[in-house]
Design a protein around this ligand. Sequence first.
Ligand SMILES: [Mg+2]
Length: 214
Amino acid sequence: MKSTSKSLVICGTDTDIGKTIVSSFFVQGLHATYWKPVQSGTDDGTDTQTVCKLLGLEKNRYLPEVYKFKAPVSPHWAAEKESQEIDPDKLIIPKRDELLIIETAGGLMVPLNRNLLQIDQLKVWDLPIILVAKTGLGTLNHTLLSLEALKKRNLNVLGIILNGLPHEDNPKTLEDFGNTQILAKLPIFSELNANVLTQEWKKQNLRKKLKEYI
Ligand SMILES: [Mg+2]
């Protein structure tokens, strides 16, 4: 069976940095399939539920999680609390014809088990990465450290998506020191729905910037 199996991985500089919104943005803009292989914290709903609800995704546009744990803590510990352990052999990228948008759990150095960090799994996948960061105070440190860790492992970082209030200096400073590009600056959306994301996608012209990878 012929399969293009193109995928982009959405990573964050921290937890709660906007990965799910950015993933939704890409799924909507590129008519892609969404996959969050490891979810920890299910009491307030899962990221998959959020994306499906926001975009009104049909069943063939998302894949179920491989691991889903109740506790809103690091995946390695959330798994242990349920007497489980994440097995990286189960995190194999599914072969699909459609573009796959993969949302990681937490930040890069979050452990998946006692021997494996999220970033080690990224190296196994070796897929193009989009790093999600905030615009404001603290982002220079978090983002430059994240970029350094990714580059040290020869991972292909396509660029950064910034979330939050516009900042006068941080985008340029991140590009200069990080030797990367800001792919898009997303505003704080007062109302979030599929249509708003479609409109934003049209403004950002990302298809052109990412054409080699999508
Ligand atoms: Mg998320």
